[in-house]
Design a protein. Structure first.
Length: 456
């Protein structure tokens, strides 16, 4: 049987935050080194930052550009902005470098200060060294890092899109002449962006349309191209499910690409960390061409049934838990003594509140309430416990319920009962479905429930 570790709060390591100095000024060049050191610590402490550090280390071949010696864990490192942030420098990899701490101090000490014709004091590094280092980073970015990851680099350019009505689809069909094309889509809620291109990009169009109003028109145009077409989409959310169904129904092959890959590649491809709709479609196309997409495997009917049952179970469970919290709050106000006597999920407490609605009504019908509790609790509820519960209703310190509040408690408890019953019915169906399927019954863990590890 597969073992699953339950992570607890104590398993999460404590991360101490270093407070910023009160006199530090991010707009003062004299504080540039201080803020660069803080940036290095922040990048080291999160996954995205560590990825950027690794990119910089590979770009520099593991060497410090100042002394040309290895940068290791033992030597340590600092982040340095080639063009200072106070002078408008960006925080992307093209404008960053890793330096030994000593070299970082030397780099800042070598900075010169001059006075311009306007009388403004400007600080800058040696221009020749700056240009050489920028060129080195850009060359290494293209020739080493991207080659190691198997991804081709893209040049910076503007992503111009056309609306589907502005495209000459007849001319495109003549240009393609039946050759295979890829349709890479960045899925959104309404406005969709896609890049349509053949293998060598001699035919390439970045287009947009509104979904669902224009989707059938897009499908018609694609079908009329009369060529093998592969659709590539990100595997996230549900907004793309209807699109994917229509594309597959039209006979097109559908591939999926990891949304994390698209996010990670946003700066590696064109040096810009932003990720907008048109660029996403372009990045998805390039990832597909680099062999990083996979055929989209659709769930079969059994898997869809299990998923729907699981969602229904979660629906009833979450609704039950919310109402349970509400009931605890109201009982704390109107009948606090009952909380330590009967658990909130007690069937006896549930039926007491549905029947009477408030401790005042129970106090008015003590004999009937006692008889009903014996009937509902059967052998699980002793007479002594029943007497204590009834007495707590008679002597409660809680705020008396008005009629509207009594009806609310009845409705709330009735809704809890409905959710509990529906939850049990769905759970029974799930267990029966799993047991009826030979393959599913052999899995170590198929469906998780509250208080159980799995159904086997």
């Amino acid at each position: 049987m597969k073992k699953v570790k339950l992570v607890t709060a104590s398993d999460i390591p404590i991360r101490r935050h270093t407070k910023i100095r009160g006199d530090a000024n991010p707009f003062n060049p004299d504080w540039e080194e201080y803020f660069e050191k803080r940036l290095g610590l922040q990048m080291k402490g999160n996954l995205r930052g560590r990825n950027k550090l690794l990119i910089l280390w590979y770009m520099q071949e593991g060497l410090c550009p100042n002394c040309n010696e290895k940068i290791t864990k033992e030597t340590g490192w600092n982040i340095h902005h080639i063009q200072r942030k106070t002078d408008g420098g960006k925080g992307n990899v093209v404008n960053l470098m890793l330096l030994h701490p000593k070299c970082h101090r030397q780099m800042h000490s070598r900075e010169k200060k001059v006075t311009t014709a306007s009388g403004q004091t400007v600080s800058y590094s040696n221009e020749k060294t700056k240009r050489a280092k920028i060129l080195k980073i850009k060359v290494l970015l293209i020739t080493q890092l991207l080659e190691m990851t198997g991804i081709s680099a893209m040049k910076k350019h503007i992503y111009r899109t056309k609306k589907i009505n502005a495209i000459d689809w007849i001319q495109m069909k003549e240009q393609l002449q039946g050759s295979a094309v890829v349709f890479a889509i960045d899925v959104a809620k309404e406005k969709q962006y896609a890049l349509l291109a053949n293998a060598d990009s001699s035919v390439s169009e970045l287009l947009s349309w509104n979904h669902p109003e224009q989707t059938r028109e897009v499908l018609t145009h694609l079908e009329n191209l009369a060529c093998p077409l592969t659709v590539v989409m990100e595997s996230t959310g549900t907004y793309g499910d209807a699109l994917r169904y229509q594309f597959r129904y039209s006979g097109f092959e559908v591939n999926q690409i990891s949304a994390k890959r698209v996010s990670d590649a946003r700066e590696l491809y064109d040096g810009v960390p932003s990720l907008h709709d048109a660029k996403s479609a372009t990045v998805i196309m390039r990832l597909h061409r680099d062999g990083l997409s996979t055929p989209w495997r659709e769930s079969n009917d059994t898997e869809r049934e299990l998923d729907a049952l699981r969602r229904e179970y979660d629906l009833h469970q979450s609704q039950y838990q919310r109402n349970k919290n509400r009931l605890e709050a109201y009982l704390s106000r109107h009948w606090p003594e009952v909380l330590p006597l009967l658990p909130l999920d007690s069937v006896t407490l549930e039926r007491l509140l549905i029947e009477y609605g408030s401790p005042e009504q129970i106090a008015k019908n003590t004999e009937e309430a006692s008889k009903n509790m014996r009937l509902w609790g059967k052998s699980q509820l002793k007479d002594e416990k029943i007497a204590v519960v009834i007495q707590s209703a008679v002597n409660t310190l809680g705020q008396p319920c008005i009629e509207a509040e009594r009806r609310y408690l009845q409705a709330l408890t009735a809704e809890m009962r409905h959710s509990r019953q529906q939850q049990k019915e769905v759970k029974d169906v799930l267990e029966a479905t799993v047991k009826a399927d030979t393959g599913l019954s052999k899995l170590t863990c198929v469906i998780w429930f509250n208080h159980h590890s799995c159904v086997a």
